[in-house]
Write a protein that binds this ligand. Structure first.
Ligand SMILES: NC(=O)c1ccc[n+]([C@@H]2O[C@H](COP(=O)([O-])OP(=O)(O)OC[C@H]3O[C@@H](n4cnc5c(N)ncnc54)[C@H](OP(=O)(O)O)[C@@H]3O)[C@@H](O)[C@H]2O)c1
Length: 228
């Protein structure tokens, strides 16, 4: 149990966010959730167990209020809108979280940390196409998630950037396996249960070996993880 420990979940109403709320409550954390005003209803099942702060996650005042007094901040980096949604959210968390807070951010394998990740041509082509298409319809801004992570990597905070593989729904398989670099054979299956992505994020709060790491994860029962 983590009685007295408080965590903020930024982007709590999404699929990943709601799994994180449940894992955090199961571990006895006091939870503050931030989500867009229109999405508050998606947190109805937790309404009497958590504090909800409605507002855009890139609103600096909303984040300042939400992270006050929190020992950890779990942030879903959502590359939405052409308005620095991801980078604005990440910057506000970096600026306002308590000095010693553990800061855990979510993103995908496409975020490269140190130039040592290796990607298949198929993966590269897919990211290029999605980035271009998304920008064309002005709905999603993948480049801004890249900028958000650049700022996090440059920060001296106690951050962890969890890089998710492709995701699927389903029962938990336990804590995912991770590698420092995409391209490691252990990751080859490229599939993780979303509930376990959330589990990895919440467990990272208390795993100091992940401070200033960008683990790329895969499901622990994925064939490439089982046969390693
Ligand atoms: N989907 C994948 O296959 C995949 C693969 C690897 C990594 N990831 C990473 O996993 C994390 C969660 O992604 P997810 O795909 O699983 O989705 P998700 O958990 O449902 O999260 C989507 C988030 O984006 C917000 N959002 C949706 N539309 C928005 C808009 N127009 N403006 C602002 N915010 C908006 C949602 O908030 P509301 O509840 O308010 O709508 C929610 O917080 C992300 O960091 C993503 O990069 C995803």
């Amino acid at each position: 149990m983590n009685t007295n420990k408080k965590v903020c979940i930024v982007g709590a109403s999404g699929k990943l966010g709601r799994y994180m709320v449940q894992h955090a409550l199961d571990r006895g954390y006091e939870v503050v959730g931030v989500c867009r005003e229109r999405s508050v209803g998606k947190l109805a099942q937790f309404a009497d167990q958590i504090t909800i702060i409605p507002g855009p996650t890139n609103d600096r005042e909303v984040i300042r209020k939400a992270v006050a007094g929190c020992d950890g901040v779990l942030t879903v980096l959502a590359p939405w809108g052409i308005q620095q949604y991801s980078s604005g959210t990440a910057q506000a968390v970096l600026d306002y979280a308590e000095p010693d807070a553990r800061l855990i951010f979510s993103c995908g394998w496409h975020i490269a940390r140190d130039g040592k990740d290796t990607y298949s041509w198929r993966f590269r082509a897919a990211v290029k196409l999605i980035t271009w298409l998304a920008r064309a319809v002005r709905a999603v801004e993948i480049d801004d998630q890249v900028e958000a992570c650049r700022r996090i990597f440059a920060s001296d905070r106690k951050w962890t950037v969890v890089r998710g593989s492709d995701l699927e729904e389903g029962e938990s398989q336990g804590l995912p396996v991770w590698s420092r670099h995409v391209g490691d054979p252990v990751l080859e299956s490229n599939l993780t249960r979303r509930v376990d992505f959330a589990l990895f994020m919440v467990e990272a709060l208390t795993d100091d070996s992940l401070v200033q790491e960008a683990p790329a994860i895969v499901g622990r029962l994925a064939p490439s993880a089982v046969n390693r």
